[in-house]
Design a protein around this ligand. Sequence first.
Ligand code: HEC
Ligand SMILES: [Cu+2]
Length: 354
Amino acid sequence: MQRTSEARAHLTGALWIMLSAVAAGASGIGHANAADAPVDAIPSTFAPVSAPAESIRSLSFLVIGISGGIFVVVTAVLFYCVWRFRARPGDDREPPQVYGSNQIEWSWTIVPILIVLVLFLATARTINELQASEVPPEALRVTIVGHQWWWEIRYPDLGVVTANELHLPASRDGARRPTYLHLESADVIHSFWIPQLSGKTDVVPNRRNLMWVEPHTTGTFLGQCAEYCGTQHAKMLLRAIVHEPGEFDAWVAAQKQPATVVGAVADGRAIFQSTACINCHTVEGTNANGRFGPDLTHLMSRTTIGSGAAPNTPENLRAWIASPDHFKPGALMPAMQLADTDLDKLTAWLLTLK
Ligand code: HEC
Ligand SMILES: [Cu+2]
Protein backbone atom coordinates (compact mmCIF):
# COMPACT_ATOMS: atom_id res chain seq x y z
CA MET A 1 0.00 0.00 0.00
CA GLN A 2 2.82 2.37 0.93
CA ARG A 3 4.41 1.54 -2.36
CA THR A 4 1.24 2.19 -4.42
CA SER A 5 0.70 5.70 -3.08
CA GLU A 6 4.37 6.59 -3.54
CA ALA A 7 4.23 5.47 -7.15
CA ARG A 8 1.02 7.45 -7.59
CA ALA A 9 2.63 10.61 -6.21
CA HIS A 10 5.54 10.24 -8.61
CA LEU A 11 3.22 9.73 -11.53
CA THR A 12 1.09 12.75 -10.67
CA GLY A 13 4.21 14.90 -10.45
CA ALA A 14 5.48 13.62 -13.79
CA LEU A 15 2.09 14.24 -15.41
CA TRP A 16 2.09 17.86 -14.28
CA ILE A 17 5.60 18.45 -15.56
CA MET A 18 4.54 17.08 -18.96
CA LEU A 19 1.38 19.18 -19.01
CA SER A 20 3.21 22.40 -18.29
CA ALA A 21 5.85 21.56 -20.90
CA VAL A 22 3.13 20.98 -23.50
CA ALA A 23 1.31 24.18 -22.54
CA ALA A 24 4.51 26.20 -22.81
CA GLY A 25 5.32 24.60 -26.15
CA ALA A 26 1.87 25.26 -27.55
CA SER A 27 1.82 28.93 -26.62
CA GLY A 28 5.26 29.35 -28.18
CA ILE A 29 4.04 27.75 -31.40
CA GLY A 30 1.03 30.07 -31.46
CA HIS A 31 3.31 33.06 -31.92
CA ALA A 32 5.67 31.48 -34.42
CA ASN A 33 6.07 33.19 -37.77
CA ALA A 34 3.98 31.37 -40.39
CA ALA A 35 5.62 33.10 -43.35
CA ASP A 36 7.17 29.80 -44.42
CA ALA A 37 3.80 28.01 -44.49
CA PRO A 38 3.14 26.27 -47.81
CA VAL A 39 0.84 28.34 -50.00
CA ASP A 40 -1.81 26.94 -52.32
CA ALA A 41 -1.07 23.43 -51.08
CA ILE A 42 -3.26 21.19 -48.94
CA PRO A 43 -5.48 23.52 -46.89
CA SER A 44 -4.16 22.36 -43.53
CA THR A 45 -5.38 23.72 -40.21
CA PHE A 46 -1.78 23.20 -39.06
CA ALA A 47 -0.50 25.81 -41.54
CA PRO A 48 -2.51 28.88 -40.51
CA VAL A 49 -1.93 32.29 -42.14
CA SER A 50 -4.47 34.30 -40.16
CA ALA A 51 -5.05 35.21 -36.52
CA PRO A 52 -8.15 33.10 -35.77
CA ALA A 53 -6.67 30.00 -37.46
CA GLU A 54 -3.51 30.41 -35.36
CA SER A 55 -5.49 30.38 -32.12
CA ILE A 56 -7.27 27.25 -33.29
CA ARG A 57 -3.95 25.58 -33.99
CA SER A 58 -2.55 26.49 -30.57
CA LEU A 59 -5.64 25.08 -28.91
CA SER A 60 -5.41 21.85 -30.92
CA PHE A 61 -1.79 21.42 -29.91
CA LEU A 62 -2.71 21.92 -26.27
CA VAL A 63 -5.52 19.35 -26.49
CA ILE A 64 -3.40 16.87 -28.47
CA GLY A 65 -0.54 17.42 -25.99
CA ILE A 66 -2.68 16.78 -22.92
CA SER A 67 -4.44 13.76 -24.42
CA GLY A 68 -1.13 12.45 -25.78
CA GLY A 69 0.45 12.89 -22.33
CA ILE A 70 -2.37 10.96 -20.68
CA PHE A 71 -2.08 8.23 -23.30
CA VAL A 72 1.67 7.86 -22.78
CA VAL A 73 1.41 7.82 -18.97
CA VAL A 74 -1.46 5.32 -18.88
CA THR A 75 0.16 3.02 -21.44
CA ALA A 76 3.50 3.18 -19.65
CA VAL A 77 1.93 2.31 -16.27
CA LEU A 78 -0.05 -0.46 -17.89
CA PHE A 79 3.00 -2.06 -19.49
CA TYR A 80 5.05 -1.59 -16.33
CA CYS A 81 2.41 -3.35 -14.20
CA VAL A 82 1.96 -6.18 -16.67
CA TRP A 83 5.69 -6.80 -16.63
CA ARG A 84 6.50 -6.06 -13.00
CA PHE A 85 3.68 -8.10 -11.49
CA ARG A 86 3.61 -10.93 -13.99
CA ALA A 87 3.01 -14.48 -12.72
CA ARG A 88 6.19 -16.31 -11.94
CA PRO A 89 6.51 -20.12 -11.74
CA GLY A 90 6.12 -21.39 -8.19
CA ASP A 91 4.78 -18.08 -6.85
CA ASP A 92 1.07 -18.52 -6.16
CA ARG A 93 0.72 -15.81 -3.47
CA GLU A 94 -2.34 -13.62 -3.68
CA PRO A 95 -1.49 -9.96 -4.38
CA PRO A 96 -2.20 -7.39 -1.61
CA GLN A 97 -5.88 -6.38 -1.61
CA VAL A 98 -6.35 -2.62 -1.26
CA TYR A 99 -9.71 -1.24 -0.07
CA GLY A 100 -10.80 2.33 0.46
CA SER A 101 -7.54 4.20 -0.12
CA ASN A 102 -8.42 7.87 0.28
CA GLN A 103 -5.22 8.96 -1.42
CA ILE A 104 -5.98 6.98 -4.55
CA GLU A 105 -9.63 8.03 -4.61
CA TRP A 106 -8.74 11.70 -4.26
CA SER A 107 -6.04 11.65 -6.89
CA TRP A 108 -8.16 9.99 -9.54
CA THR A 109 -10.95 12.44 -8.83
CA ILE A 110 -8.96 15.67 -8.59
CA VAL A 111 -6.49 15.12 -11.45
CA PRO A 112 -9.17 14.48 -14.13
CA ILE A 113 -11.21 17.46 -12.85
CA LEU A 114 -8.15 19.71 -13.18
CA ILE A 115 -7.40 18.38 -16.68
CA VAL A 116 -10.97 19.00 -17.82
CA LEU A 117 -10.89 22.46 -16.23
CA VAL A 118 -7.71 23.37 -18.12
CA LEU A 119 -9.24 22.13 -21.41
CA PHE A 120 -12.49 23.99 -20.71
CA LEU A 121 -10.82 27.31 -19.90
CA ALA A 122 -8.46 27.16 -22.88
CA THR A 123 -11.36 26.31 -25.21
CA ALA A 124 -13.60 29.05 -23.81
CA ARG A 125 -10.83 31.60 -24.29
CA THR A 126 -10.29 30.61 -27.92
CA ILE A 127 -14.02 30.60 -28.69
CA ASN A 128 -14.34 34.06 -27.18
CA GLU A 129 -11.46 35.33 -29.31
CA LEU A 130 -12.91 33.78 -32.48
CA GLN A 131 -16.49 34.90 -32.07
CA ALA A 132 -16.96 38.28 -33.62
CA SER A 133 -19.71 40.31 -32.04
CA GLU A 134 -18.98 43.78 -33.39
CA VAL A 135 -17.35 44.98 -36.57
CA PRO A 136 -14.53 47.47 -35.86
CA PRO A 137 -14.88 50.64 -37.97
CA GLU A 138 -11.62 50.14 -39.88
CA ALA A 139 -12.53 46.60 -40.93
CA LEU A 140 -13.27 45.55 -44.50
CA ARG A 141 -16.82 44.21 -44.70
CA VAL A 142 -17.78 41.41 -47.04
CA THR A 143 -21.15 39.69 -47.46
CA ILE A 144 -20.98 36.06 -48.53
CA VAL A 145 -24.14 34.40 -49.79
CA GLY A 146 -24.14 30.62 -50.11
CA HIS A 147 -26.08 29.30 -53.13
CA GLN A 148 -26.53 25.78 -54.44
CA TRP A 149 -23.59 25.38 -55.45
CA TRP A 150 -21.54 28.53 -55.51
CA TRP A 151 -20.61 31.55 -53.38
CA GLU A 152 -21.78 35.09 -54.03
CA ILE A 153 -19.27 37.61 -52.68
CA ARG A 154 -20.25 41.25 -52.16
CA TYR A 155 -18.22 44.17 -50.78
CA PRO A 156 -21.08 46.54 -49.82
CA ASP A 157 -18.82 49.50 -48.92
CA LEU A 158 -16.81 49.19 -52.12
CA GLY A 159 -19.58 48.45 -54.62
CA VAL A 160 -17.85 45.26 -55.78
CA VAL A 161 -19.58 41.93 -56.52
CA THR A 162 -17.82 38.71 -57.47
CA ALA A 163 -18.14 34.98 -56.92
CA ASN A 164 -16.24 32.04 -55.44
CA GLU A 165 -12.88 33.83 -55.16
CA LEU A 166 -12.55 36.02 -52.09
CA HIS A 167 -9.93 38.76 -52.44
CA LEU A 168 -8.51 40.14 -49.19
CA PRO A 169 -5.78 42.56 -48.12
CA ALA A 170 -2.97 41.23 -45.92
CA SER A 171 -2.68 42.75 -42.47
CA ARG A 172 0.63 44.36 -41.61
CA ASP A 173 2.09 45.48 -38.28
CA GLY A 174 0.93 49.04 -37.81
CA ALA A 175 -1.60 48.70 -40.63
CA ARG A 176 -4.10 46.08 -39.53
CA ARG A 177 -6.74 45.20 -42.09
CA PRO A 178 -9.09 42.60 -40.64
CA THR A 179 -12.01 41.45 -42.75
CA TYR A 180 -15.45 40.76 -41.31
CA LEU A 181 -17.62 38.32 -43.21
CA HIS A 182 -21.41 38.38 -43.01
CA LEU A 183 -22.62 34.93 -43.99
CA GLU A 184 -26.05 34.47 -45.54
CA SER A 185 -27.76 31.72 -47.51
CA ALA A 186 -30.07 31.98 -50.50
CA ASP A 187 -31.39 28.44 -50.09
CA VAL A 188 -30.20 25.68 -47.74
CA ILE A 189 -27.61 25.45 -44.97
CA HIS A 190 -24.01 25.68 -46.18
CA SER A 191 -20.81 26.09 -44.20
CA PHE A 192 -18.01 28.50 -45.00
CA TRP A 193 -14.55 27.09 -44.35
CA ILE A 194 -11.09 28.19 -45.41
CA PRO A 195 -9.00 26.20 -42.90
CA GLN A 196 -5.87 28.37 -43.07
CA LEU A 197 -7.88 31.51 -42.30
CA SER A 198 -10.34 30.45 -39.60
CA GLY A 199 -12.73 27.76 -38.40
CA LYS A 200 -16.00 26.74 -40.03
CA THR A 201 -19.10 28.88 -39.71
CA ASP A 202 -22.52 27.66 -40.79
CA VAL A 203 -24.35 29.66 -43.44
CA VAL A 204 -28.00 29.49 -42.46
CA PRO A 205 -31.11 30.73 -44.35
CA ASN A 206 -32.83 33.72 -42.70
CA ARG A 207 -29.86 34.33 -40.47
CA ARG A 208 -26.72 36.43 -40.66
CA ASN A 209 -23.65 34.85 -39.10
CA LEU A 210 -20.52 36.90 -38.56
CA MET A 211 -16.91 35.74 -38.69
CA TRP A 212 -13.58 37.49 -39.09
CA VAL A 213 -10.21 36.76 -40.67
CA GLU A 214 -6.97 38.67 -40.63
CA PRO A 215 -4.44 37.02 -42.94
CA HIS A 216 -0.81 38.17 -42.77
CA THR A 217 0.58 36.05 -45.61
CA THR A 218 -0.12 36.71 -49.28
CA GLY A 219 -1.09 33.86 -51.61
CA THR A 220 -4.04 31.69 -52.55
CA PHE A 221 -5.69 29.59 -49.88
CA LEU A 222 -8.27 26.93 -50.60
CA GLY A 223 -11.51 26.17 -48.85
CA GLN A 224 -14.86 24.60 -49.43
CA CYS A 225 -18.43 24.25 -48.33
CA ALA A 226 -18.36 22.10 -45.22
CA GLU A 227 -22.04 21.24 -44.81
CA TYR A 228 -23.74 18.84 -47.22
CA CYS A 229 -26.06 21.03 -49.31
CA GLY A 230 -27.11 18.87 -52.27
CA THR A 231 -25.77 17.09 -55.34
CA GLN A 232 -22.86 19.39 -56.15
CA HIS A 233 -21.81 20.13 -52.56
CA ALA A 234 -18.38 18.65 -53.29
CA LYS A 235 -17.88 21.18 -56.10
CA MET A 236 -18.64 24.22 -54.03
CA LEU A 237 -15.04 25.26 -53.58
CA LEU A 238 -13.61 28.52 -52.31
CA ARG A 239 -10.44 30.43 -52.96
CA ALA A 240 -9.11 33.23 -50.80
CA ILE A 241 -6.58 35.41 -52.58
CA VAL A 242 -4.62 37.49 -50.10
CA HIS A 243 -2.91 40.54 -51.61
CA GLU A 244 -0.38 43.09 -50.45
CA PRO A 245 -2.56 46.03 -49.31
CA GLY A 246 -1.71 48.20 -52.36
CA GLU A 247 -2.36 45.32 -54.74
CA PHE A 248 -5.75 44.76 -53.11
CA ASP A 249 -6.74 48.39 -53.67
CA ALA A 250 -5.78 48.03 -57.34
CA TRP A 251 -7.96 44.90 -57.61
CA VAL A 252 -10.90 46.84 -56.11
CA ALA A 253 -10.41 49.72 -58.55
CA ALA A 254 -10.47 47.29 -61.50
CA GLN A 255 -13.59 45.53 -60.19
CA LYS A 256 -15.44 48.83 -59.88
CA GLN A 257 -15.20 49.47 -63.61
CA PRO A 258 -18.27 48.63 -65.69
CA ALA A 259 -17.96 45.76 -68.16
CA THR A 260 -15.58 46.52 -71.02
CA VAL A 261 -17.19 47.25 -74.35
CA VAL A 262 -15.30 45.89 -77.36
CA GLY A 263 -16.80 46.61 -80.78
CA ALA A 264 -15.52 43.40 -82.37
CA VAL A 265 -17.63 41.22 -80.05
CA ALA A 266 -20.85 43.26 -80.17
CA ASP A 267 -22.68 40.26 -81.68
CA GLY A 268 -21.87 38.10 -78.67
CA ARG A 269 -23.08 40.82 -76.35
CA ALA A 270 -26.35 41.11 -78.31
CA ILE A 271 -26.90 37.33 -78.09
CA PHE A 272 -26.34 37.46 -74.34
CA GLN A 273 -28.72 40.39 -73.93
CA SER A 274 -31.49 38.65 -75.84
CA THR A 275 -31.16 35.27 -74.09
CA ALA A 276 -32.41 34.06 -70.69
CA CYS A 277 -28.85 34.54 -69.39
CA ILE A 278 -29.90 38.03 -68.25
CA ASN A 279 -32.52 36.66 -65.85
CA CYS A 280 -29.90 34.84 -63.83
CA HIS A 281 -26.69 36.85 -64.32
CA THR A 282 -25.64 40.46 -63.88
CA VAL A 283 -23.25 42.24 -66.23
CA GLU A 284 -22.82 45.87 -65.16
CA GLY A 285 -23.63 48.17 -68.09
CA THR A 286 -26.00 45.73 -69.85
CA ASN A 287 -29.65 44.86 -69.29
CA ALA A 288 -28.61 41.78 -67.32
CA ASN A 289 -29.32 42.14 -63.61
CA GLY A 290 -30.21 38.62 -62.39
CA ARG A 291 -28.82 37.39 -59.09
CA PHE A 292 -29.60 33.69 -59.35
CA GLY A 293 -26.16 32.98 -60.83
CA PRO A 294 -22.70 34.56 -60.44
CA ASP A 295 -22.08 38.20 -61.49
CA LEU A 296 -20.24 38.04 -64.81
CA THR A 297 -19.10 41.70 -65.07
CA HIS A 298 -15.47 40.71 -64.45
CA LEU A 299 -15.76 37.01 -65.23
CA MET A 300 -12.27 36.83 -66.70
CA SER A 301 -10.66 38.12 -63.49
CA ARG A 302 -11.53 34.76 -61.93
CA THR A 303 -9.24 31.76 -62.27
CA THR A 304 -12.01 29.15 -62.13
CA ILE A 305 -15.64 28.72 -63.18
CA GLY A 306 -18.41 26.77 -61.52
CA SER A 307 -17.05 27.43 -58.02
CA GLY A 308 -13.73 25.77 -58.70
CA ALA A 309 -15.21 23.03 -60.93
CA ALA A 310 -12.92 23.91 -63.88
CA PRO A 311 -10.11 26.34 -64.75
CA ASN A 312 -11.42 29.47 -66.49
CA THR A 313 -10.11 28.82 -70.01
CA PRO A 314 -11.83 29.72 -73.32
CA GLU A 315 -12.53 26.01 -74.06
CA ASN A 316 -14.01 25.37 -70.63
CA LEU A 317 -16.11 28.50 -70.80
CA ARG A 318 -17.61 27.46 -74.12
CA ALA A 319 -18.17 23.91 -72.90
CA TRP A 320 -19.75 25.25 -69.68
CA ILE A 321 -22.35 27.30 -71.54
CA ALA A 322 -23.08 24.42 -73.93
CA SER A 323 -23.60 22.08 -70.98
CA PRO A 324 -22.92 23.01 -67.34
CA ASP A 325 -23.82 19.40 -66.46
CA HIS A 326 -20.63 18.28 -68.15
CA PHE A 327 -18.66 19.85 -65.27
CA LYS A 328 -21.28 19.80 -62.53
CA PRO A 329 -24.13 17.30 -63.05
CA GLY A 330 -27.28 18.82 -61.56
CA ALA A 331 -25.94 22.41 -61.61
CA LEU A 332 -28.75 24.95 -61.48
CA MET A 333 -27.80 26.59 -64.79
CA PRO A 334 -29.65 24.99 -67.71
CA ALA A 335 -27.87 24.05 -70.95
CA MET A 336 -28.81 26.97 -73.16
CA GLN A 337 -29.14 25.10 -76.51
CA LEU A 338 -27.40 27.77 -78.58
CA ALA A 339 -26.32 27.25 -82.19
CA ASP A 340 -22.56 26.63 -82.53
CA THR A 341 -21.90 29.99 -84.19
CA ASP A 342 -23.85 31.83 -81.51
CA LEU A 343 -21.95 29.93 -78.85
CA ASP A 344 -18.65 31.04 -80.41
CA LYS A 345 -19.75 34.67 -80.52
CA LEU A 346 -21.08 34.60 -76.98
CA THR A 347 -17.86 33.03 -75.69
CA ALA A 348 -15.75 35.60 -77.57
CA TRP A 349 -17.68 38.37 -75.79
CA LEU A 350 -17.43 36.71 -72.35
CA LEU A 351 -13.65 36.53 -72.86
CA THR A 352 -13.52 40.34 -72.98
CA LEU A 353 -15.09 40.70 -69.52
CA LYS A 354 -11.76 41.29 -67.83
C1 HEC B 1 -31.66 29.65 -64.73
C2 HEC B 1 -30.59 30.56 -64.46
C3 HEC B 1 -29.43 30.64 -65.41
C4 HEC B 1 -29.44 30.91 -66.74
C5 HEC B 1 -30.63 31.12 -67.64
C6 HEC B 1 -28.06 30.99 -67.14
N1 HEC B 1 -27.24 30.76 -66.09
FE1 HEC B 1 -25.24 30.83 -66.08
N2 HEC B 1 -25.19 30.17 -64.18
C7 HEC B 1 -26.28 29.97 -63.40
C8 HEC B 1 -25.87 29.43 -62.13
C9 HEC B 1 -26.77 29.04 -60.96
C10 HEC B 1 -24.47 29.31 -62.19
C11 HEC B 1 -23.55 28.76 -61.11
C12 HEC B 1 -23.48 27.28 -61.25
C13 HEC B 1 -22.57 26.62 -60.24
O1 HEC B 1 -21.42 27.04 -60.10
O2 HEC B 1 -23.01 25.64 -59.61
C14 HEC B 1 -24.07 29.81 -63.50
C15 HEC B 1 -22.76 29.89 -63.91
C16 HEC B 1 -22.38 30.50 -65.10
C17 HEC B 1 -21.02 30.76 -65.48
C18 HEC B 1 -19.79 30.46 -64.62
C19 HEC B 1 -19.52 31.68 -63.77
C20 HEC B 1 -18.55 31.47 -62.66
O3 HEC B 1 -17.89 32.44 -62.27
O4 HEC B 1 -18.48 30.36 -62.14
C21 HEC B 1 -21.04 31.38 -66.70
C22 HEC B 1 -19.86 31.86 -67.50
C23 HEC B 1 -22.42 31.45 -67.09
N3 HEC B 1 -23.21 30.93 -66.08
C24 HEC B 1 -22.86 32.01 -68.27
C25 HEC B 1 -24.18 31.96 -68.71
C26 HEC B 1 -24.61 32.38 -70.03
C27 HEC B 1 -23.71 32.94 -71.08
C28 HEC B 1 -25.94 32.14 -70.07
C29 HEC B 1 -26.88 32.33 -71.25
C30 HEC B 1 -26.51 31.67 -72.45
C31 HEC B 1 -26.36 31.62 -68.77
N4 HEC B 1 -25.26 31.52 -67.97
C32 HEC B 1 -27.65 31.30 -68.43
C33 HEC B 1 -27.59 30.23 -63.72
C34 HEC B 1 -28.03 30.52 -65.00
CU1 LIG C 1 -22.26 22.34 -49.28
